[in-house]
Design a protein around this ligand. Structure first.
Ligand SMILES: NC(=O)C1=CN([C@@H]2O[C@H](COP(=O)(O)OP(=O)(O)OC[C@H]3O[C@@H](n4cnc5c(N)ncnc54)[C@H](O)[C@@H]3O)[C@@H](O)[C@H]2O)C=CC1
Ligand SMILES: O=C(O)C(=O)Cc1ccc(O)cc1
Length: 323
């Protein structure tokens, strides 16, 4: 099944939309890229960066004649966007997205999808704390997972085509149920971001003199949190508004475990602390050994940076039979 598309429409052109534009173009996966944004300023920036071929403020106009449409805006905008583009979607087209939550997307986009259009929600588990059209880079998806959550009515051939598209951009692809995705991502991505926003927020609320001391002497642990807590406020607001149940479920467990740790610290329970820290160190090592992370993550390369030195990774792990 060819991962090649005639016309790719990207609705929203921030970090993820621009990275798809650059990667799809570099891999020769599309003939024409049309880009729609809400604001003229963002559209002008995308044009200056040469990310596409057609630029418009009208999302319906952008999707006309497209055989692949990917929503790349914050998930809170998806319902209105789906309603706007629905009448212009071509029969046989694939409609997908990149949102960090999936059940909500199925709920707000699904009802607008016309018969004959194949709706396959997606989520590349790859990103940085940067946003906007200039933040994207073609290697963003290399060696990273992309989750697809096709419904039962989607023809296998359409799913295979989209799997091929992501693999050709270097991703490893897995299909799963939307609710399962949301539960897994709540603990692996959403709660870590909430914790980072919280710890940096705690520092932000300290008295001025203590705060400047913290910033002056911040060790790498706190600095790592500040990177995550610099992530896009609107995007993350929407994640927590739309994945509420799974986040609350996982937050409940997290707080229970934090209470256990609090008790261990209060009672001076060294073995309990050492035991946990030994188990968590093993998790980090298993992630490194699985090849999903390097000791020094290379997030945030600018879009015009030279190809990442680990690009052969694409051939080893992506574009193969991971789906
Ligand atoms: N930032 C990250 O690391 C990752 C983000 N995602 C998902 O990708 C999507 C886009 O995120 P980013 O590219 O990081 O965001 P971004 O903030 O860099 O870009 C979003 C773009 O969406 C457009 N937009 C914003 N509001 C809109 C509206 N109301 N209607 C139409 N267009 C609108 C604008 O063109 C804006 O540039 C989100 O749904 C997010 O959950 C998925 C994986 C990683
Ligand atoms: O920058 C980071 O550390 C991230 O965690 C990037 C990220 C953000 C949101 C997603 O849905 C997937 C990946």
């Amino acid at each position: 099944m060819s991962p090649h598309f005639r016309k790719l429409a990207l609705i929203g052109i921030g970090l993820i939309g621009s990275s798809i534009a650059l990667a799809a173009r570099r891999q020769g996966l599309v003939e024409v890229i049309s880009i729609a944004t809400r604001r003229q300023e963002t559209l002008d920036e995308a044009r200056e960066l040469g990310l596409g071929d057609i630029y418009t403020l009208d999302a319906a106009e952008a999707v006309r004649g497209a055989d692949l449409v990917i929503l790349c805006a914050p998930v809170g905008a998806y319902g209105a966007l789906a309603a706007a583009i629905a009448p212009a979607l071509e029969p046989g087209a694939i409609l997908s997205d990149v949102g960090s939550v999936k059940e909500h997307v199925v709920k707000v986009v699904g009802p607008h999808v016309p018969a004959g259009v194949h709706f396959i929600p997606g989520h590349p588990i790859a990103g940085t704390e940067h946003s906007g059209p200039a933040a994207g880079f073609a290697e963003l998806f290399a060696g990273r997972w992309c989750v697809l959550t096709p419904g039962p009515d989607v023809p296998q051939a359409a799913t295979d085509r989209l799997v091929g598209f992501w693999q050709a951009m270097g991703s490893m692809v897995e299909c799963m149920d939307a609710a399962h995705h949301d539960m897994v991502l709540a603990i692996t991505s959403h709660i870590p971001h909430l914790v980072a926003y919280n710890i940096v927020g705690t520092v932000a609320d300290l008295e001025a003199d203590t705060k400047s001391e913290v910033i002056k002497f911040s060790a790498s642990g706190f600095r790592d949190f500040t990177r995550i807590a610099a992530s896009d406020p609107v995007m993350w607001r929407d994640v927590f508004l739309t994945n509420r149940d799974a986040v609350l479920e996982m937050l409940g467990r997290f707080l229970e475990d934090l209470s256990v740790l609090q008790r261990a610290v209060r009672t001076g329970d060294g073995p309990a602390l050492e035991n946990l820290f030994t188990r968590t160190r093993a998790i980090r090592r298993s992630i490194i050994n699985a090849g999903q992370e390097t000791e020094a993550p290379d997030f945030g390369r600018p879009h015009d940076a030279p190809p990442a030195p680990d690009m052969p990774f694409i051939r080893e792990h992506g574009g193969g039979d991971d789906a």
